[in-house]
Design a protein around this ligand. Structure first.
Ligand code: SF4
Ligand code: SF4
Length: 117
């Protein structure tokens, strides 16, 4: 099963489809909850980044689960012009965009059910 916790730009095609068409303007920036690995070509200020226990350099996340570079008011990237390469390659409406939005919608509906019980 593909790991949707990390941003992928390879050709693996998740089979799940999101029920709602992709639209970054109305999305809760779900892809900005994924682990974004950084490469040598990325020039991100160090206060936005961290290292995993295995030494991989990644974008840091806040306690709310979103990337620390995300503007919580506008729900968009505050370093858009300088965002990591892997973020530039992430395709709106692509297989991973659809898969993670579907996963996120299911998780949210489960949380709502738990809250209502
Ligand atoms: S690329 Fe997909 S998951 Fe990311 S903000 Fe846009 S619609 Fe949402
Ligand atoms: S760097 Fe920007 S586009 Fe990339 S995950 Fe963080 S907020 Fe989202």
């Amino acid at each position: 099963m593909p790991d949707h916790s990390t941003r992928h730009t390879d050709g693996i095609q998740p089979r799940r489809k999101a029920k709602v068409a992709a639209n970054c303007s109305t999305c809760e920036a779900v892809c900005c909850r994924l682990t974004v690995t950084l490469g040598p070509e990325d020039n991100i200020p160090s206060h936005y980044t961290t290292y995993l226990p295995n030494g991989v350099h990644v974008m840091a996340h806040g306690e709310d689960g979103w990337c620390v570079a995300m503007d919580r008011t506008r729900m968009n990237c505050s370093i858009y012009e300088n965002r990591p390469t892997i973020c530039r390659r992430f395709v709106m409406g692509g297989p991973y965009c659809n898969a993670i939005r579907s996963d996120y919608a299911k998780q949210r509906s489960r949380n709502i059910e738990i809250t209502l019980k």
